[in-house]
Design a protein. Sequence first.
Length: 299
Amino acid sequence: MNYKKIKMEYRYKKDRLNRTILVREDINLIELGCAMCTAVRAEFEHCFLFLKGKTSYCPDVFIEEGWNDVNEVPMKEYSLSDLGDKFSFWYDTGDDWLFDCKVYKREVKLDNTELAFLVDGTGQGIWEDNAWTLGRYLDGELDPDCAEENEEEGIYFPWNFKIEKLSDFDTKFNIAEEKELFDESLDSNIEMYLDGMHEGGFELEVKPRTAEELDNVAAGDSDPTVNMHLNTVIMKAIDEQIKTVDYVNAKYRELAKKYGDLTARNKIGVVLATEMFEAVVNGKKSSNSEYKKKIEKIR
């Protein structure tokens, strides 16, 4: 069987978090996404998608309520060959686990039919639901010897793998252990993801919610569509600001040139969502000049 070698690097710290995997040349994008998530110890709490130029290969629910200026196509209809030799993989668009990926030209022939193999890596894995703490650690803002969570300072340890202190993230990659975990988990992770799709967990139609339904969610009922609704509201607000607010439009163009459309919108969305939260929950409404300063500080 012919295999493709892929290097995936965390965009914001490529030397600190990366993986190299071998995948069958006929792998489809759902299988590839599951392999990449498994390689970085993701727990499949969120959706993933692929980016190639201005095309987004994503779950159907993203297409139904998608973003403007992006050619959105259902990834279930595509395979690795459609992505070419360079593309990006994005898991959990809220936490922004964005990996730049390179497909090596030279194929590897193996007497095997397994879907994928883990080859090498750096960094213990993503911190599910907590990119903020890891980002601050990688930027040198937190003490590497920190061994306790601190809610006031927003320091949280990963729940998808165990570390004793922050610097354990950079412990030498145990390739034998990681390969074993990858091999044991991949098939079940793909099955879990596909089951979620069939049950509506990943391709659920996003429909308007009634006030009663949202009250039930606020009271603790689980509803997988709510996060998608919140994301859609933020993205529509960003679209409107890009069209009508000059300094937001200017910052968007600057960020899009550097990172691409989706990441640019996501970075602006963090500021906008924070302002909306403060206004609605805490009754704090910043002035236009204060908001402008926050937008202009985005890097």
